[in-house]
Design a protein around this ligand. Structure first.
Ligand code: PHE
Length: 377
């Protein structure tokens, strides 16, 4: 062999090795990507969604899959860290060649992923991100949960119903979710004739809230609206109780984690939060879902389990209706979703790719999330 041919020959050998190892690794099934916070600060969010997705996957693949093929989930952990979601989503699209994406729970991380999915023409379904801006990113971004302008309204109406005239608000300025929810609560509470007193803020990860809570105590509100995640909500409420603030706290879906009670204990007793789902529902479809979940995981499902379950089932339904896994056609089929029977309610996507669904109000009672009422849109 001539010296000059060597690199070419070497490249050919390397190519063959790579090709055969790729062939060996080639897996069957329709590749669907999931990005979730399986570890890190908000790990219960990602773990719950993933369990819901896995339960749906068992059911879908157990009954023959989609278009004669199983769905193959490829799940990446973003460790709850900013910046990791974009890396994960790029890998899922370019390396794993996923035809659709499921993710995320936290609105901030969905907002990180959405422009990438949109630019790549890959449909993305967020199971649980409620911030308005998420689906505004473009026509490839969908969600199966209600949005915060509705959730904030629900909480404000509920506060008035409790008889509150003065509400304080504590916002996490590091989260799109918290900022959006605080804004919509405030608008509606003022509309209801209420007064906002003692608006305070903090940044995710803070541990000492005594300055904010001292200010709130002197404002003397009837209720405190706390659009926080479960990572800070119980700490804030515990410190509030220590300072002698006895009024109820009201939160949104971000409170939904067993850690709310685990960390908050007696301090969170009697508090209320809005959510997508109650596992105490007597709807036969929900009962069957809760039973199947308990059987598989030996625990009760939270809202993110239910939303993850709905997200993958809705995607599978769209693929069937599309008759293909071509992302553009699947995208059109998702957009056309009408009356899909989710365990979190009936899902019809509007022209902004959002569903209109009822919310439930839950109360912490004896350490359990107890159903109070359903609020229709
Ligand atoms: N809605 C929250 C967000 O957008 C996430 C969340 C959904 C948390 C459901 C708990 C339950 O950031």
């Amino acid at each position: 062999m001539k010296f000059s041919q060597r690199p070419l020959a070497l490249a050919f050998v390397l190519f063959c090795v790579a090709a055969s190892s790729c062939n060996k690794k080639q897996e069957v099934g329709i590749p669907v990507g999931q990005f979730a916070s399986l570890t890190g600060g908000q790990a219960t969010f990602g773990q719950s969604t993933d369990k819901g997705v896995q339960l749906a996957l068992d059911e879908i693949n157990g009954s023959g899959g989609v278009l004669g093929q199983p769905i193959r989930m490829i799940t990446k952990d973003n460790q709850s860290k900013p910046g990791e979601t974009s890396t994960a989503v790029r890998e899922l699209i370019t390396r794993d060649k996923v035809v659709a994406l499921i993710g995320e729970v936290a609105s901030g991380r969905s907002l990180e992923a959405a422009p990438i999915a949109q630019r790549s023409g890959i449909p993305m379904i967020s199971p649980a991100s409620t911030n308005e801006k998420v689906t505004e990113t473009g026509d490839h971004i969908f969600r199966v949960c209600f949005i915060d302008p509705f959730q904030g309204t629900v909480c404000a109406k509920f506060a008035s119903k409790l008889g509150a005239k003065k509400a304080a608000i504590i916002t996490d300025v590091s989260k799109d979710y918290s900022l959006g929810l605080a804004k919509s609560f405030k608008q509606e509470f003022l509309k209801e004739g209420g007064v906002i007193t003692g608006e305070q803020s903090y940044s995710g990860g803070d541990k000492d809230f005594s300055a904010q809570l001292t200010a709130i105590k002197s404002a003397n509100p009837d209720v405190v609206f706390l659009p926080a995640y479960y990572t800070e909500a119980p700490l804030i409420i515990r410190q509030a109780r220590q300072l002698g603030i006895t009024v109820p706290f009201i939160g949104g879906d971000g409170w939904d984690s067993s850690e709310l009670v685990g960390v908050g204990g007696a301090a969170v007793e009697g508090c209320y939060f809005s959510n997508h789902f109650s596992n105490q529902s007597t709807d036969p479809q929900v009962v069957a879902f809760v039973d199947a979940y308990r059987k598989k995981y030996n625990q009760d499902p939270d809202a993110m389990v239910a939303l993850g379950y709905d997200a993958l089932r809705l995607l599978a339904d769209a693929m069937k209706r599309a008759g293909t896994t071509d992302p553009a056609k699947v995208n059109a089929a998702i957009a056309a979703t009408k009356d899909f029977p989710g365990v979190t309610g009936k899902i019809t996507l509007d022209e902004h790719r959002n569903p209109t669904k009822p919310a439930v109000m839950l109360q912490v009672k004896n350490g359990k999330f107890t159903y109070v009422e359903t609020i229709a849109p």
